[in-house]
Design a protein around this ligand. Structure first.
Ligand code: SAT
Ligand code: MN
Length: 592
């Protein structure tokens, strides 16, 4: 028995006073036992075991359906270390405040001890955590999302090197909810929520907030990115990693099915949410996916938007906050089949389409083992990871940003990432559809000062002899009537084709004020009007002048911690924009 672990478990048990302590071994037998308990207690419901074998449903309280960023804190000794974009609390205050909530909070409950591995077994890049929780739902989810149980305990051995993740439901009330990160202690305490990103502490808490802190100290990057291999008809596979905010299509992109006209192309899924990126001895950047499952958004997932996801969620899946049909199957908005005549909605109430209310919560989710994905890559558990040739940054923007451009180099790419913006979604509580700055899709997930984070990116690039090329994409541009200009989903492969060809030094480009734009895009078999194409690549100089002002004000919030390279890139863009008259063509001659 690891003495550091047993001492810590004992300490927490003294505070929370559980009735029982259960050490998770990760076995099949344990899974069945946990499920039986969850069903008996009413915490979860069985779905039709003939139609959806191994699938279960969970409904959460109405105020516990998304991440609560306003209740998420970075607790460092010095406030400056958390930076201007994070909520900060002094470590001592946080421990005291949360201890009062945790005190006796597990009486009459079981405390589950969940050792887990983030990253492939045997990878030098993997990290170990142990989560203590009083939620069976969380334990069952951790079992899918991480490599959990005996395997992690063995990997840990007698070491003290693990992230201490304490989680408790308490009363699930907002005024008792805090998600606190103590990067200096390699510790996370989360209380008052059982929702994914707040409660599955291997995910955003360890893999991104604590991970980014570790990465800065140790020379690697923890990023909110999907990873996929793009195979061309000749069989060459090029790996791309893409940062997009929550609910902006990372899962669909990672599992993309090529359109019929792109014969011979394939997409191999490595990960859909998180990438740990390490400079390799060959001067390239290597990526692993620390997770072992997908925690995907259900609404909008359909045979048309993501057939691979639809195939993988037919068995061994935990559904959260979807509609249950009388047959014991599931339904959600945008699933592509007509609504059932009636069902039980995500709130647990009788539902009919005529009521006009959401059947599923807009942030309803599925949790599923990655190995069940039909497009999972042979390399997904490679301990060395895969070499990344292109990085994508993208947000959800109705205007401003063109469909795609390639930045002129690493620092220009870091600048494009640092100034990213996106319309907010239902993945976090609060208003949706408001444009906010979300640098590298890491605004809610960076565990330290974002100015330092940008410096770390700049330094990492300088160290790579063969850095990935960096692109900015926007699948979400709309016309003046509010219709999407680009079909998205599988058709995004057309843009990826240009990206991988550019990464290999093959495709042509034109220079624009922002960077390189495709000279030619493969649109064979796609009906897209000349007008739409023009609008997708329109760079509105007036709009960009205003954008530069917003960016300036945003970058100023990082004070003198912001690396000068970022200001240099801002000045270059400013110069390009200001010498282009409003209404003039923002492109120049073909370039390489
Ligand atoms: O809730 S999660 O943070 O796990 C998913 C997301 O919002 O990206
Ligand atoms: Mn995410």
């Amino acid at each position: 028995m690891n003495p550091f672990l047993s001492r810590w478990v004992e300490e927490i048990a003294q505070l929370t006073c559980p009735e029982k302590i259960h050490w998770c071994d990760g076995s099949e037998g344990e899974k069945s036992a946990l499920l039986q308990q969850a069903l008996a207690s009413g915490g979860m419901e069985e779905l039709s075991q003939t139609l959806l074998p191994g699938c279960y449903l969970r409904r959460t309280p109405e105020h516990d359906t998304a991440r609560t960023e306003q209740l998420t804190f970075i607790c460092t000794g010095k406030k400056e270390d958390a930076g201007p974009t994070n909520n900060w609390m002094a470590p001592r205050e946080a421990y005291e405040k949360l201890s009062l909530i945790f005190d006796h909070s597990m009486a009459e409950r079981t405390l589950y001890v969940i050792p887990f591995l983030m990253g492939p077994l045997g990878s030098p890049y993997s990290r170990i955590g142990v989560q203590l929780t009083d939620s069976i739902y969380v334990a069952l989810n951790m079992r899918i999302m991480t490599r959990m149980g005996q395997v992690a305990l063995e990997a840990l051995g007698n070491s003290n090197n693990f992230t201490r993740c304490l989680h408790g439901k308490a009363d699930l009330e907002m005024h008792h909810r805090f998600i606190c990160h103590f990067p200096e202690d390699n510790t996370v305490w989360s209380v008052g929520s059982a929702y994914g990103g707040n409660a599955l502490l291997g995910k955003k808490s360890l893999s991104l907030r604590i991970g980014s802190w570790m990465g800065q100290k140790e020379g690697w990057l923890a990023e909110h990115m999907m990873i996929a291999g793009i195979e061309d008809p000749e069989g060459n596979i090029t790996y791309v990693a893409g940062a997009f905010p929550s609910q902006c299509g990372k899962t669909n992109l990672a599992m993309l099915v090529p359109p019929p006209s792109m014969k011979g192309w394939k997409v191999h899924t490595i990960g859909d949410d998180i990438a740990w990126l390490h400079p390799g001895p060959d001067g390239r950047l290597w990526a692993i996916n620390p997770e072992a499952g997908f925690f995907g958004v259900a609404p909008g997932t359909s045979q048309k938007t993501n057939p691979n996801a639809m195939a993988m969620i037919q068995k061994n899946t935990i559904y959260t906050n979807v509609l249950k049909t009388p047959e014991g199957t599931v339904w959600w908005e945008g699933v592509g089949t007509p609504p059932p005549e009636q069902g039980i909605d995500w709130r647990g109430r009788h539902w009919t389409p005529a009521q006009g209310e959401h059947a599923a919560h807009p942030n309803a989710r599925f949790t599923v083992p990655a190995a069940q994905c039909p497009s999972i890559s042979k390399e997904w558990q490679n301990p060395q990871g895969v070499p990344v040739s292109a990085i994508l940054f993208g947000g959800r923007r109705a205007g401003l940003q063109p469909l795609v451009y390639e930045t002129s180099g690493w620092n220009a790419g870091v600048y494009a990432g640092a100034t990213m913006s996106s319309e907010t979604t239902a993945a976090a509580m609060g208003q949706t559809g408001v444009v906010r700055r979300d640098p590298m899709a890491m605004l809610p997930f960076c565990g330290y000062h974002m100015g330092q984070y940008f410096s770390h990116w700049i330094r990492t690039g300088a160290q790579l002899q063969n850095p990935p090329k960096i692109f900015h994409v926007n699948w979400f541009r709309k016309d003046s009537k509010g219709n999407f200009l680009w079909p998205g989903f599988g058709e995004n492969l057309r843009v990826l084709q240009w990206i991988v060809e550019r990464a290999r030094g093959e495709a042509g480009a034109r220079a624009s004020v922002l960077g390189y734009i495709p000279e030619h895009l493969n649109l064979d078999g796609l009906r897209l009007s000349q007008n739409a194409f023009g609008e997708l690549f329109n760079i509105d100089i007036q709009e960009w002048r205003e954008e530069l002002e917003y960016r300036k004000r945003f970058l100023e919030t990082f004070g003198n911690v912001l690396p000068e390279e970022i200001w240099k890139e801002q000045a270059l863009l400013q110069e390009n924009i200001s010498k282009t008259p409003i209404g003039a063509d923002a492109y120049v001659h073909p370039a390489n």
